[in-house]
Design a protein around this ligand. Structure first.
Ligand SMILES: [Zn+2]
Length: 343
């Protein structure tokens, strides 16, 4: 959506969107390198049999004090185990990271992003009125929002946004999906899937009760209700270009023009998002118990950096059969069929 606002927004929105996009682009190249390094490091740790990592701290929150990139992470604002402080953004980042950690531990038996207790580091108050939140390859970073695109303080208020960004860390350390075109749209979609699941888990919602929205209530009201709708892609905000079916796939080049969104990674993620929401709803019950379990296993054990939609779809069908039965397998197959992806 930032890409669109950089072109069509009001002058103030354009300025804020361009600033956020420029920073994100610089971070992106750094993130790819960090991801590769982390994967290699993780592999080496795994090879050391009996090497038990006991984290001193599960998470730490820093205050960037609006200084930006050269001052990351910033000043330590709340340590693991410390009581709430006065700053709401610090406490929200703390609670959101903690809820995401507990979700992965309790539901999928995963100890943090790398599986061996990696400390979750977050910095809040990044830059001045910065309109984005991102995973930089080693930590979470949250801007305050300018009040022209994101509501001031909105980005840390949203548990699914926090879980979305942290899930990028898991993806980098497992499937390593390349952040471009279809593999990038899958990368984005897995972050939305688990972002939504962490929210549903915290609210104890069933698939039928979930709103399937990402970042609900964090945009300024004039722009729309949420960043993305998984059940009804393309309806979250005015100008939302997400397709929910392969017939409407948006084929964009990955040419470093921020308006093209790395070949539509935040646009075409609507298609796998829609497949997940349909599968989870048809499977019934709590989304993290069946659909989430299938998608988690696929992300962490079946995909490669260049996996495309059809390969991911086939993997979910296969895993549905191995974890459950042919009934679940048929449901997952039909969900992908409904969005035009063949399995
Ligand atoms: Zn993302």
């Amino acid at each position: 959506m930032l890409g669109r606002l950089a072109v069509d927004g009001t002058p103030k929105q354009r300025e804020a969107a361009v600033r956020a996009l420029a920073t994100s682009a610089a971070i992106r190249s750094q993130r790819a390198v960090m991801g590769r390094l982390n994967r290699q490091l993780n592999l080496n740790i795994g090879q050391m049999v009996g090497f038990a990592v006991t984290p001193q701290r599960r998470l730490t929150i820093y205050d960037n004090k609006t200084n930006g990139r050269t001052f990351l992470p910033g000043v330590r604002a709340r340590d693991w185990g410390q009581p709430p402080v006065e700053d709401a953004a610090v406490n929200q980042a703390y609670d959101g990271s903690s809820a995401t950690y507990e979700f992965y531990r309790d539901v999928y038996k995963r100890n943090s992003l790398d599986g061996v207790g990696l400390e979750l580091v977050s910095s809040v108050h990044y830059g001045v009125g910065f309109d984005n939140a991102f995973w930089d390859g080693s930590q979470m970073v949250y801007g305050d929002g300018s009040g022209r695109i994101f509501q001031i303080g909105g980005l840390t208020r949203s548990l699914d946004v926090i879980a979305h960004e942290l899930t990028h860390g898991i993806t980098e350390l497992t499937a390593g999906l390349v952040y471009s075109k279809q593999s990038g749209a899958l990368n984005e979609s897995f972050s939305d899937v688990f972002g939504s699941l962490v929210k549903q888990y915290s609210l104890k919602q069933s698939a039928a009760e979930a709103d399937w929205m990402i970042g609900e209530g964090i945009l300024v009201p004039a722009l729309g209700a949420a960043l993305r709708s998984m059940m009804n892609p393309g309806t979250a905000y005015s100008g939302d270009r997400q397709p929910g079916h392969m017939d409407d796939y948006v084929d964009l080049p990955d040419n470093n023009d921020p308006r093209n969104d790395n070949g539509g990674v935040h646009i075409n993620s609507g298609i796998p998002n829609h497949a997940f929401a349909l599968a989870a709803t048809a499977l019934g019950g709590k989304s993290w118990e069946k659909a989430g379990k299938i998608w988690y296993k696929v992300l962490t054990t079946r995909l490669r950096p260049n996996s495309q939609f059809d390969e991911a779809a086939q993997a979910t069908v296969d895993v549905a059969g191995s974890l459950f039965s042919s009934t679940e397998q048929d449901i997952v197959h039909n969900a992908w069929k409904e969005v035009g992806v063949r399995t």
